[in-house]
Design a protein around this ligand. Structure first.
Ligand code: 5GP
Ligand code: ZN
Length: 397
């Protein structure tokens, strides 16, 4: 048997801008990995294992890690980061980590990894931001929608989600319609010490449904095979979203189950791009009024290993995604609390949504992560409401 830590050099140099992306993917390489770290220079990989592993098996783990490294880092070119707004150095009154205090106050109750119940303070903060997001939606006369938490597997297949983000999928199923199976489940179902249900997989129906990873997809599917009217569609909705993040799940910064508010635009290219830009300018005013410290910069989605290089380069070349990155003073870092997205005619083509002239519609969305924005606010302004922006002090009863 061998030590619990494996250390080796990456097969290809990992450029500094990719360290976070590659490191987060190492969580999915092997179930025996408890923690994966890449050195700040990108020249050393260190894996903590859950238990000792024979040498031959260590080689298997290392080979899988090197596959990730080569696929994501070899020949990667650093995209030019475009900064549209930079207010990161706005002075804010707090510098602590909100997590311990939130847990101590019972404001956060951890149900499982990446799954939390939120108390009144966080709920009031989220309501305050929700009112601003609804104000943004109203400024576009966006129509309200309500979408399910579940999404058919066929929907996600049709828009290539399985290939792009297989690692973060969450599946939903139910017991098969069979009295013997249901009776056996009812009589014997129990969880072991790890929280695993002792039920054989054959007892479950085939998977046709997943937990939805995004809000706007549901709107695009309601529009499938239709021709839009000339004024296009502007919609808003809030919903539960699910992205399984394995070892990367930590604090409110990264949840398996989180809520997203979106404002969604469907129309021609100019309509979508102009509204996306207008939304950014309107939110700039909202964030300015409370003295929020953040910047808006170009970004890419966390595509899975094999898809990453091509897709990320494509998003960057066509300026498809900008993130609102809030400052987290306690870790001298930033957290994406929202994004301004343009999908070109991707959904229009795949779902046959047409403009009046018969060409595929373009889509875009503005998305805010509600737990993250409340978390970032507390990280910057703390728990003493007298230190908060005056417009927010009234939110507490
Ligand atoms: P996007 O569609 O840009 O990936 O996600 C939109 C927003 O949802 C992000 O900017 C972020 O605020 C939120 N979000 C995405 N993934 C997570 C996550 O794992 N945890 C939490 N708490 N929020 C997330
Ligand atoms: Zn969206």
């Amino acid at each position: 048997m061998n030590p619990l830590t494996l250390q080796f050099a990456p097969a290809a140099a990992i450029p500094v801008h990719l360290i976070g992306e590659v490191q987060s993917k190492l969580a999915y390489v092997d179930e025996r990995i408890a923690k994966a770290q890449i050195s700040p220079a990108g020249d050393q990989i260190s894996l903590e294992l859950k238990r000792a592993v024979p040498t031959a098996e260590q080689a298997v783990i290392e080979e899988k890690v090197q596959r990730v490294v080569v696929s994501m880092a070899q020949g990667a070119i650093r995209p030019k980061v475009q900064v549209l707004e930079d207010y990161l150095d706005r002075p804010t009154p707090f510098a602590g980590d909100p997590m311990p205090e939130l847990l101590r106050r019972g404001e956060l109750s951890r149900e499982a990894n990446g799954i939390y119940a939120l108390g009144p303070l966080l709920s009031h903060l989220i309501d305050w931001f929700e009112r601003r997001f609804l104000g943004l939606a109203e400024s576009f006369s966006a129509q309200p929608y309500r979408f399910p938490t579940l999404i058919p597997a066929q929907y996600l297949e049709r828009v290539g989600y399985f290939r792009a983000f297989p690692h973060s999928l969450s599946f939903a199923t139910h017991l098969r319609e069979d009295l013997d199976q249901i009776d056996a489940f009812a009589a014997g179902a129990a969880c072991d010490d790890h929280g695993n249900l002792n039920v054989p997989l054959e007892r479950f129906a085939p998977i046709q449904t997943l937990l939805s990873p995004a809000v706007c997809y549901h709107l695009y599917f309601t529009l499938a095979d239709q021709t839009l009217s000339p004024q296009g569609i502007t919609a808003t909705a809030v919903g539960n979203c699910f992205r399984y993040e394995s070892l990367n799940l930590q604090s409110l910064e990264r949840l398996w189950n989180f809520t997203m508010r979106e404002v969604i635009f469907v129309g021609d290219k100019d309509f979508v791009l102009e509204n996306r830009e207008l939304a950014r300018q309107r939110m700039q005013r909202v964030f300015g009024e409370i003295g929020f410290a953040y910047r808006v910069e170009s970004a890419n989605d966390p595509f899975f290993i094999g898809e990453f290089r091509k897709q990320a380069a494509f998003q960057s070349a066509f300026q498809l995604k900008y993130e609102i990155r809030a400052r987290l003073p306690f870790k001298d870092g930033t957290l994406a609390v929202g994004s301004y997205n343009y999908h070109q005619d991707f959904f229009g083509r795949h779902l046959n949504i047409r403009l009046p002239d018969g060409s595929p519609a373009h889509t875009g969305c503005v998305a805010f992560g509600l737990e993250r924005i409340a978390f970032a606010f507390l990280a910057q302004f703390g728990f003493d409401p007298t230190q908060w922006p005056s417009s927010m002090q009234e939110i507490l009863p």
